[in-house]
Design a protein around this ligand. Structure first.
Ligand SMILES: [Zn+2]
Length: 205
């Protein structure tokens, strides 16, 4: 992606100011550009689990630092766009965080951040995801089929599947009943006495 001179100067000034650089308002425009660029690049999907972002606000999408900005040795990559992508909060915050266990050799990784061979998982910018994992999603009314298939025993595919616990996202309610809540059962869950109390609470304020 291309950066304007203005973006670069803003980043330089934010870094010079120190503190919470990533959340400095000076870099807000840069962050919007990154999200726009990578939403397009990823066809509106999380770079790790392929969750669909179509129609979502930018707010619910995180900018992902592949080598994490929270680690001192990778701070210099904070605004290097080839180290960035977009991810869902589950993959970015809950699973990946500031971990670096997906890198083989931590020592040279800041200098060679685009070296595919140094990453145990599928690097969203250097590797081609679908060479390692095929992703299937089919939704029919409220029934879903979501499935990940490792391509040709790919080591990176297997590692990525395990690392991001993609099995937790798989479902097949199209081909099998999964104990879905019956509509009638749901409506009876809150009986009228409780409903009255919950409504009454608003009348006393
Ligand atoms: Zn994800």
């Amino acid at each position: 992606m291309e950066l304007a001179e203005e973006d670069i100067v803003n980043i330089e000034n934010a870094v010079a100011q120190g503190g919470d650089i990533w959340n400095n308002p000076l870099v807000a425009n840069f962050k919007t550009k990154v999200k726009e660029y990578y939403r397009d690049f990823e066809n509106e999907q999380c770079c790790y689990c392929k969750k669909n972002f179509q129609g979502e606000f930018n707010m619910v999408i995180d900018i992902e630092h592949i080598l994490p900005k929270g680690k001192a040795e990778f701070r210099e990559l904070m605004f290097i766009t080839t180290n960035l992508n977009i991810a869902c909060k589950r993959c970015n915050m809950k699973i990946k965080g500031s971990k670096t266990d997906f890198v083989f050799d931590i020592n040279n990784s800041a200098q060679n951040h685009m070296d595919s061979a140094n990453y145990r998982f599928i690097h969203p910018n250097v590797d081609t995801y679908f060479d390692h994992i095929n992703f299937f999603q089919h939704i029919e009314n409220d029934k879903k089929l979501i499935k990940y298939k490792i391509v040709a025993n790919s080591e990176k595919g297997k590692y990525t599947y395990e690392y991001f616990k993609l099995n937790e996202l798989e479902i097949d309610s199209i081909n099998q009943a999964q104990g879905l809540v019956e509509k009638a059962e749901f409506s009876e869950k809150i009986d009228s006495t409780i409903q009255d109390r919950l409504r009454q609470a608003f009348k006393n304020i």
